[in-house]
Every structure is written in C-alpha cells, then in structure tokens.
Design a protein around this ligand. Sequence first.
Ligand SMILES: NC(=O)c1ccc[n+]([C@@H]2O[C@H](COP(=O)([O-])OP(=O)(O)OC[C@H]3O[C@@H](n4cnc5c(N)ncnc54)[C@H](OP(=O)(O)O)[C@@H]3O)[C@@H](O)[C@H]2O)c1
Length: 331
Amino acid sequence: MTPHSSRAVRIEHTGGPEQMQLVTLEVGAPGPGEVRIRHHAIGLNFIDVYQRSGLYPLPLPLTLGMEGAGVIEAVGAGVTHLQVGDRAAYASQPPGSYCEQRLLPATHVCRLPDSIAFEEGAAMMLKGLTAQYLLRHCKPVEGLEAGDFVLFHAAAGGVGLIACQWARALGLQLIATAGTDEKCALALANGAAHAINYRRENFAARVRELTFGRGVKVVYDAVGKDTWEGSLDSLAPFGLLVSFGNASGPVPPFAPALLAAKGSVYVTRQTLFTHLSSRARTQAMADELFAVVCSGAVKIHVEQRYPLAQVQQAHRALEARQTVGSTVLLP
Ligand SMILES: NC(=O)c1ccc[n+]([C@@H]2O[C@H](COP(=O)([O-])OP(=O)(O)OC[C@H]3O[C@@H](n4cnc5c(N)ncnc54)[C@H](OP(=O)(O)O)[C@@H]3O)[C@@H](O)[C@H]2O)c1
C-alpha cells in the first residue's frame, strides 16, 4: 500500500447489499477548498441504502457513505477553518465516506469537540443535524411550544433516538412509534412521552386518544409509504407533516384537496442538504448539536459496530429493522 491508497466500499451497479465490494483507491492531494481526512469511524445511514438500491440515482461507480469522523491530514488552498491534525466530523455530499481516507469539500467538515469521541462524531453528524433542523426549523404555522405534542416515527432509530432526547430538552411531548415493544421502551427511556408499537396498534387512533381528540401539531415521518395516511390522520387542524424519508418506500402521489379534508394541514418534504447551504449555516447547526451533546442533554447511542469489510451485514441489519440507535463502520 502506498501512503495514500485507501480501502473503500464501491458499487459498480445499483442493487442489493452484495453490490458493495471492497476496492483500493488512490487518494491524491486536496484541491482548493478541499481537505483530506483519515477516518476513525464512519456513519451508516438509511440514505446509503437508497443510493445503493438506486432509489436515489447517482453516477456509477460510486463510493457510498455520507458521514464520518477522523483526523485532517492535508488542507487545500483557501481552507481556513481546519488545520492538519484537527479532529473533525462531517455529514456531506458527495458520498464517499465508506473508506479509510478521502478528499472532500471542507465546507461541511467541522472541528469535533475534544469531549466527543470519533465513533460518536461519525454517528451524529448526518443524524443529529437532521434532528436539529427538524425540531428547530420545521415549525407549524401556529408555532411550537413546550408542552405541545409531536409525533415521531421510527423513534428508536438513529435519527429517532437523538430526536427523542432533543425534544425532551425542548419540553415537547414526543409521541414515538417503533416496530417492537423493546424499541418502544428504548424511546421512552430516551425522553419520549408516549410510545406506540405501530406494527400492533393503529397509531393514528392512539394519537387521538393521547391528545384528547385534537391530534399533534407536527408529524416527523421518514417511514414514508406505510405511515403516510396515518400521519395525515394524526394531525391537528393546520398541523404540519414533515416528510423526510422513505424507509418503507416512497409516498405515493396525492391530490392537494386531501390536505383540506384532513384539516387544512401542511405537508413539506425536507432534505438536510438544503439546510447545509453554506459553511456558516453548517457550523451554526453543528454548534447547536455539539452543545446539546456536550451538555449531556443528548447522548449518542452507538449500538452497532462493524468492520468496514462487513458493510454488507451492516446494510442487511439496517434494512431488516434489526438495529437501534446509530451504527458505525470501523476502517
Ligand atoms: N431528509 C433528510 O434530511 C434525512 C436525513 C437523515 C435521515 N433521513 C431519513 O430518516 C430515516 C431514519 O434514518 P436512520 O439512518 O436514522 O435509520 P433508522 O431510523 O436507524 O432505521 C430505519 C428505521 O425505519 C423503520 N422502518 C419502518 N418501516 C421500515 C421498512 N419497511 N424497512 C426498513 N425500516 C423500516 C425501522 O424502525 P422500526 O422497526 O421501529 O419501524 C428502521 O429501524 C430514514 O428514512 C432516512 O432516510 C432523512
């Protein structure tokens, strides 16, 4: 191996986990605005599954992965916020974090506070910055205040467990859904006010009971196809459905008149990468995330670890709903 060769997980074709193969790539010097980072840990995210399967099409061949943490080894011209030797973490486009070392634009790379371990850093940037924009920026027209009810699906997952804790810190009454009773218990232990096993119970009916018939002000829904109708039925009048993922498949097309029938409700489809529009905005969001983690209000649950070479097993577990909290790959 030369000093800058890196093992990396690539796909030549979209498809199942078997498409991911370990290859060796050469990593050059950073160009203007770029850094070279050596990963200590890599974050696994459901978006990696969408990119691998072809649901989110990207040019091929493709090195997967959007999240990582490690040490900056080289800095390109014009990069002023990072230096060689800095501990750093990121959620970033383009993909390419499933590797030992890589080049990437410095815009979304943030210095990691000393009290946050690399594994936590790799597990919290994409998921934690998502929880940040969901809870802090996606507001219903009537506002969101301490004591208000919100509904969060797949609440024992990577984004979900961060959101449960952050919502509690904001004083919100988060109603969690999850696919097993154990996952429901985990969401409750992490700050959810109530938890519903949505594989056993009609969650919309239960939400009505819990909210005294009114419904919630916001539903955060990244499950997609399977929860879409129930999510609309869980909203209070003028409530907001924030769609941000499709773990069960994409939401089917719908007629706007449906939103009137459900109580003049609002629907938005969000992506983190609109929010990470500049270095300043990325850093401001990361500073809020680092603050809640460093204060202890939000703990990052790294519950699964796999060597990079076992990435296929990691994807299979995530898709089979066998994981809780965050998963990291270790290079
Ligand atoms: N738009 C954005 O900005 C953005 C950013 C980050 C993440 N996301 C989305 O947020 C969601 C959570 O991401 P994550 O990486 O933290 O994953 P995760 O929540 O750890 O894993 C996905 C969870 O979805 C639930 N699920 C429900 N139906 C499913 C199905 N048919 N197949 C697989 N899983 C199913 C499972 O929990 P239960 O067993 O409890 O149902 C599963 O554990 C994903 O949809 C992801 O794409 C969106």
